[in-house]
Design a protein around this ligand. Sequence first.
Ligand code: PLP
Length: 397
Amino acid sequence: MAERIYLDWNATAPLRPQALAAAAEALEACGNPSSVHAEGRAVRRRIEEAREQVAALVGAEPRNVVFTSGGTEANMTALCPNLVPASPGNGPEMRPRACLVVSAIEHPSVLAGGRFARNAVEMAPVGPDGRCDLAALGRQLAALAQKGVRPLVSIMLANNETGVVQPVSQAAGLVHEAGGVLHVDAVQGAGRIACNINDLGADLLSLSGHKIGGPKGVGALIKRDQALHFADPLVKGGGQERGARAGTENVPGIAGFGAAAALARQALAEDSARMRALRDRLEAGLKAMMPEAIVFGAEAERLPNTTLFAVPGIKAETAVIALDLDGIAVSSGAACSSGKVQPSHVLEAMGVAPPLARGAIRASLGPTTTEFEVDRFLDAWLRLSKTLLKESRGIAA
Ligand code: PLP
């Protein structure tokens, strides 16, 4: 049987062998990292090494990295009204933040609003190219500033569906001018494009292990500096992670995440050039076959590994199943809830008509994707898409 072809790296990246080795080694180590004896100290050293590796991926200081159970928990921890200056004072800066502004294309773990009340969450619009509309964001922040509201703003580094890279550093300027704090969900961008917390101007940044070839169920929330303090940790209990996240650390997950972060950082330039060439080959092949194919967000800067496309008349859910039966894993941009296929909120925010949005298929590549795999995808698409088009027009294929 032919080998399966995995083109769904944005859903989860295959575990890197070095991350597996690091996680397996940590799994065998017995000590509790909070224990003072030699066993405990050995495990603690492994965590601190991983903290350095993860910090280095985003140009942060290791002491500002808090390990979490994944990107979702990092986002949920960050989106907290009680985010106050570390040095206590009596001024308005000590008051909880009354408003959370999120871009309309955020991951559901951000759109859920963290620990803000529903009515305290505002959406910032995106343009048809899938980029956050900075002019609209500026107006929104000015209106809040007039009311004396200092918001927390959350804008992702790159979108998980379209791959469109967001104008984060420009947004940071606007947010800080308005007295706000900026959180950046860098779960999809880190390890694929340059992601330096200082250059981005992010105050807080979220990462997830399994998007960069580390284990699932581990992530990190990273602060740019020591200026901010989480007065209200999400997980309370023991004083682990300097009091920011209680619970005995997931040492194997953290060790694997660290190893994956180190590799992603070392190979960033080379991997991203390779992935871009293959992604462009895929899109060029698709367009040559079907000039009517639409690639969403193609006018904007995108992650080098991601393409989200639709062919009018082809439904994504049928195409994804047909490709799967042919040995190829991709995903659809549509969400299925209660048996009804909903167009993606990302494409909706970009103003894409629902029938076209329902056809959105995402292929996402990784550092080990090959030209052969891309060509196999194109061959399969050539065969299957004709049948799918005939079916959608009601003609027996
Ligand atoms: N943020 C983005 C942009 C994502 O794509 C994802 C996962 O798909 C998450 C957050 C959630 O990360 P995790 O799966 O580690 O909870």
